[in-house]
Design a protein around this ligand. Structure first.
Ligand code: NAD
Length: 549
């Protein structure tokens, strides 16, 4: 069935509270064709990350949100609305649990069996929790990660360097723009030409070609001239990466963001593109083996680039583990991006804070950008980001912005936005959320919690505490998911969204949620023994009972 979904815009609501209206608009925004990678299948991004289990479930969620009283809470189980309960005004309007399985059953084959029976869906991180904002959602994180890579190789920026990566999907598509924003040249390889064309149309990629020689020539010319340029190549990363290594192309940085977390969403080299879905469905086990064998070649080449002197890192898609299962012995020779570049930010509760203008008016985002810049006058990296984002980010769906803020920072922005809604300076409420990839909201040993100082990588109590606390603090919707980013069996994570509707009650809720939520990130890193987190707790007044133990 083909349906075109687009969220309502403006300051008039059809639901009975802004919490319910915001949840409904954000669910719809996730499925807007400008936003979702494959909206007909309800797939938002990240392989098969869905917003609702079926169209029937989608319609039932929308209907229920319109009827929901301001003191009721809707429960959603893996994309299906399953109950409405009387709670109170401070309670979330929606509580969501997606893709969760009991430990011994947490495998892809069992998940797929249950999905096939219509009992569950893959929620990824922000797909099933209705706070995806298109490719911009990962852009600042990717931009800052590449800036950190530049520093790690002794450079101020990426001018004069060439980066090689794979995957130009919903999230991976941010990579080319993140590299060019840092001044570098980049080749991004994707098997699906339509994804490369979409990134060009949305301003995330400069150009693409199916001719590898032409792409290499263009990218090397840009590298030599110190110019920023992104070039897409239609091809399979498991073929193109080894080919470029064998040719001795002088590549400085290598990473990847194909949807490797799900072997059925990674195309093996011996399967033609147009046979992908059919072959994966006909023989998932055999397809998994072939995908892993290709991933082993792909990662072997990445290790080869590292041996040749390139900076190489895993960009959060479980590629190393899948390659290891495919027989690559040195798959973990290069690090994940969190221990390599992001952990110090997490220790300050810093993570991907994002907001969306329900008015639909881009001017509202321009005004909030200016407000955030004024709130943090000393933060030059933030100013640089907001300026670049204002100039270069094309909105997909409802206008939105991302920027990384930490503990005792996020609520300042939230409260300011609420005042701006109340005064009429903004033309509608602002939805404030974040990725599940945040300081205190995820347990994921191949990504966010890889190589924790105390070895607590797989402890999953932390995201559950985060979700419970956000529920107790006044979030508009809260979610607990399994598997997002890295695949079934490999992560547990939580999300929260709040709404600045200009009311006094919203201000009370924002003041709690936007302090407590990043506070769990500081708490988690204090507990793991990070000195920076202990300093932040002391300096910014977070009570951790055994801080000095
Ligand atoms: P997506 O499904 O939208 O896109 C994946 C892309 O990979 C598709 O365009 C597909 O054609 C391409 N692809 C598949 N096999 C390929 C191959 N062999 N060679 C070349 N291209 C191939 O997924 P996405 O939203 O872009 O996410 C990509 C990955 O990153 C996922 O594993 C996701 O879980 C992970 N992720 C990481 C972060 C992070 O912060 N680092 C955040 C979100 C998602």
């Amino acid at each position: 069935m083909t349906r075109t979904i687009r969220a309502a815009r403006g300051a008039e609501k059809t639901a009975k509270s802004w919490g319910a209206e915001a949840a409904k608009r954000m669910l719809m925004n996730n499925l807007d064709p400008e936003v979702a990678e494959h909206p007909d299948d309800l797939v938002v991004y990240g392989g098969t990350g869905r917003a609702a289990r079926s169209w029937e479930a989608f319609d039932a969620i929308v209907r229920t949100l319109d009827e929901l009283e301001p003191d009721e809470t809707l429960l959603v189980q893996s994309g299906k609305p399953v109950g409405v309960f009387r709670t109170h005004e401070w309670a979330p309007r929606v509580l969501i649990a997606n893709s969760n399985l009991v430990g011994d059953w947490a495998t892809w084959p069992e998940f797929r069996r249950l999905e096939h029976l219509g009992l569950t869906m893959y929620g990824q991180m922000t797909a099933g929790s209705w706070i995806y904002i298109g490719t911009q959602g990962i852009l600042q994180g990717t931009y800052e990660t590449f800036a950190a890579v530049a520093r790690s190789i002794g450079r101020d920026d990426l001018a004069g360097t060439l980066t090689l990566t794979g995957g130009a999907g919903g999230m991976g598509g941010a990579q080319p723009l993140a590299v060019t924003m840092n001044g570098g040249a980049v080749i991004v390889v994707d098997v699906d030409e339509s994804r490369l064309a979409r990134r060009v149309a949305h301003g995330y990629l400069d150009e693409y070609t199916a001719d590898l020689d032409a792409a290499v020539a263009r990218a090397l010319a840009a590298k030599d001239a110190g110019e920023a340029l992104s070039v897409g190549v239609v091809g399979n990363a498991a073929e193109v990466f080894p080919e470029l290594l064998a040719r001795g192309i002088p590549i400085d940085i290598v990473t990847d963001q194909t949807s490797a977390h799900d072997p059925l969403a990674y195309l093996p080299i011996d399967v033609p593109f147009d046979r992908w879905k059919d072959e994966a469905a006909a023989d998932p086990d055999g397809f998994t083996e072939r995908a892993r064998a290709s991933m082993a070649r792909h990662v072997d080449a990445m290790v080869g680039f590292q041996d040749a002197g390139a900076a190489v890192f895993d960009y959060g898609n479980s590629l190393r583990r899948e390659a290891e299962l495919g027989g690559c012995e040195r798959a973990f020779a290069f690090p994940g991006f969190v221990p390599a570049y992001i952990r110090p930010l997490f220790a300050e509760g810093k993570g991907p804070f994002r907001w969306v203008a329900l008015s639909g008016d881009p001017e509202d985002i321009a005004k909030t950008d200016r407000a955030v810049a004024e709130l943090f006058p000393e933060d030059t990296a933030l100013h640089r980001w907001l300026e670049k984002a204002g100039e270069q980010v094309h909105f997909e769906g409802l206008p939105a912005r991302i920027c990384w803020l930490g503990y005792k920072e996020r609520h300042l922005a939230g409260l300011k936005f609420n005042e701006m809604v109340a005064s009429g300076e903004l033309s509608g409420p602002i939805v404030i959320g974040r990725d599940h990839l945040d300081a205190g909201s995820v347990a994921s040993p191949y990504r966010e919690t890889e190589a924790m100082a105390d070895g607590s990588d797989a402890i999953a109590d932390w995201p559950l505490l985060n979700a419970l606390l956000n529920t107790a603090s006044g979030a508009a919707w809260v979610s607990i998911h399994h598997g997002g980013g890295v695949g079934i069996g490999r992560s547990i994570h939580a999300g929260q969204v709040t709404v600045a509707d200009g009311s006094a009650l919203a201000a009370e809720k924002l003041a709690r949620v936007l302090v407590n939520d990043p506070g769990t990130g500081v708490m988690r890193h204090v507990d793991a023994g990070y000195d920076r987190a202990k300093d932040v707790a002391r300096e910014r007044g977070l009570t951790v009972p055994m801080l000095d133990a």
